[in-house]
Ligand binder design. Structure first.
Ligand SMILES: [Zn+2]
Length: 447
């Protein structure tokens, strides 16, 4: 049996007034998703446990089958794993953003999408001037880097509440510095970085060119090494991951997946969809389980660019869903699961807490009555997962087992309502999950 897990993060959305109240997923032309929906089953999964925020570091764990309440140890360590950094028992990894500050305010959480070449010069400079026995810096890509702190008390000693920089945009930086254990050290490093980076040659050139300078580092997302059971052993499949985002690649590493590289995969709207789709099909020759993570829809949502999001969804359908659908049709012992880990609102430009739609197709999957894959249709499915991490158990069942929903599964669902949902007969927007969604806890992208 071959298992293909597609994670189009940020795929689902809210009704958009300029689309006559429809979502980008409803409007986009998606013949391949339509086919899978017609011949498979559509439902929903909640990948954000109640006490968590819908950040990629939390939801990615869940969609890969790990309960965040049990396994979440912070995003920093996941990114460190991707960068090949093995953390010691007394080390805590913080995510570093290169940010732009103007006076007292933070004005850009990614320093104008600074290039990797420029940012690496700045991180190297910080390592020369600011690192010591307690802290060192590890370069990543563009504005995303790491700081490794040594602390004899481990995470306990550096457990200050750190605000993600995208939530501080337009606000006074000093008022939003870390608060709690380790706050003095963290604030000290951030303040010193500002003094050092302000006049660096790279920033002078950026200012001359009218680009946002990387005038300071922002520390957040601290974490220690998670202890994740090996996904490959757990499900008895040899697995691979195709993703451009550091955090997801790090998670794949800890999960025991082979993390593959794809030329042109950027983790942004300009990613090479076609290469990713081709790589996935190639990987299926060698691996039983192939996971493809696609970031572009989420980024378009954060930009509030509805048109771009629709284009990204259509490219996802054409270049990624299309080839894996073709593979599944010619290799009958195959299952495809399309499972975004969260939605992203193009209106509010933030992640959505509401359960995301899921679509399962292939061997042993009995088609349900839902023929479209979109938010509204999914809301009215009786196939749903209040604990999204349980979806993986459903997906990777022993070959030949039927995936028809049992009464036990229905009772576990967060939405017991049954409907013949679809575009031809749209159900009313009155499902219980609407009332219980927690939009106050939405979060912008934490990449
Ligand atoms: Zn995001």
């Amino acid at each position: 049996m071959k298992y293909i897990l597609l994670i189009p993060t940020g795929l689902s959305d809210e009704p958009i007034p300029s689309l006559d109240g429809k979502t980008p997923l409803e409007v986009a032309q998606t013949p391949n998703l339509d086919f899978l929906a017609k011949h498979g089953k559509v439902g929903r999964a909640q990948h954000t446990p109640r006490k968590f925020y819908p950040g990629t570091d939390v939801t990615s764990l869940s969609v890969l089958g790990y309960n965040p309440e049990e396994y979440y140890t912070g995003r920093g360590a996941l990114e460190a794993a991707h960068l090949g950094v093995k953390l010691g028992a007394d080390e805590v990894a913080f995510r570093v953003n290169l940010v732009t500050v103007d006076g007292e305010k933070l004005v850009d959480y990614n320093a104008g999408q600074i290039t990797t070449k420029e940012s690496r010069a700045l991180i190297a400079y910080l390592n020369k001037t600011l690192s010591n026995d307690a802290v060192r810096f590890v370069p990543g890509l563009t504005y995303r880097h790491l700081a490794i702190f040594k602390c004899k008390h481990g995470l306990t000693g550096l457990s200050a509440a750190c605000e993600p920089p995208h939530l501080v945009v337009g606000k006074a930086v000093e008022e939003h510095f870390p608060k709690g254990p380790g706050e003095e050290l963290l604030a000290h490093v951030m303040r010193d970085s500002r003094k050092l980076l302000r006049d660096h040659e790279v920033n002078q050139v950026r200012v001359d060119l009218g680009e946002n300078p990387a005038g300071m580092i922002w520390l957040w997302g601290q974490g220690v090494t998670p202890n994740l059971p090996n996904l490959t052993k757990r499900f008895g499949v040899r697995g691979a991951l195709i993703a451009a985002v550091n955090l997801v690649r790090g998670l794949g590493h800890f999960a025991g997946l082979d993390v593959l590289n794809v030329e042109g995969a950027t983790g942004y709207v300009d990613t090479n969809f076609e290469s990713k789709g081709q790589k996935a099909v190639e990987a299926l020759e060698k691996y039983d389980f192939v996971c493809i993570h696609i970031e572009a829809m989420d980024e378009a949502g954060h930009e509030g660019n509805v048109k771009l999001k629709i284009q990204c969804i259509e490219q996802f359908d054409r270049y990624i869903v299309g080839p894996v659908r073709k593979f599944a049709q010619s290799n009958k012992d195959t299952r495809i699961l399309v499972a975004p880990d969260h939605g992203t609102s193009s209106l509010k430009r933030v992640h959505l807490r509401e359960a995301a739609p899921v679509l399962l197709y292939g061997a042993g999957v009995q088609a349900d009555e839902i023929v479209w894959f979109n938010e509204e249709a999914a809301r009215h499915s009786n196939w749903s997962f209040a604990k999204g991490h349980e979806l993986m158990n459903e997906f990777i069942r022993k070959s030949g087992s039927s995936l028809r929903a049992t009464s036990q599964e229905r009772s576990r669902g967060i939405l017991p309502r049954i409907s013949s949902a679809g575009r031809d007969a749209p159900p009313t927007r009155s499902s219980p999950i609407d009332a219980s969604s927690h939009n106050d806890n939405e979060i912008t992208c934490v990449l």
